[in-house]
Design a protein around this ligand. Sequence first.
Ligand code: TYC
Length: 121
Amino acid sequence: MDIKAAGWPFRAASRPGGPADDERTQTGLVVKARPKTKKPAMYKVLLLNDDYTPMDFVVQVLEKFFAKPRAEAMRIMMHVHRRGVGLCGVYTFEVAETKMIQVMDFARRHQHPLQCVMEKE
Ligand code: TYC
């Protein structure tokens, strides 16, 4: 059966695993045919501009903690420098929190005032 014949695009109530696919047990209890899955909330990790952190340190941060290639790291750093704030990446809560803490810790150890924050998408 092709995807259209299967009813695609599915409406919420007719999606496989949706309410129509619930199963009734012998006791009359209605249970989910499939365990429900839910997309996790995502969080933006942002860098803030300041007047003191060296540009090459910010580029290094973007390479080291956000796996950005050099040219992309330079582009993001210059965006933050000009606009005041810039996006480093979007992650689940724990990953975003870990990266933010790693960046703040790395900056502090090097005595730079660089600020990194996270924000729910
Ligand atoms: N504004 C800094 C400077 O002129 C560079 C900088 C860029 C600092 C990005 C922080 O997140 C930042 N040295």
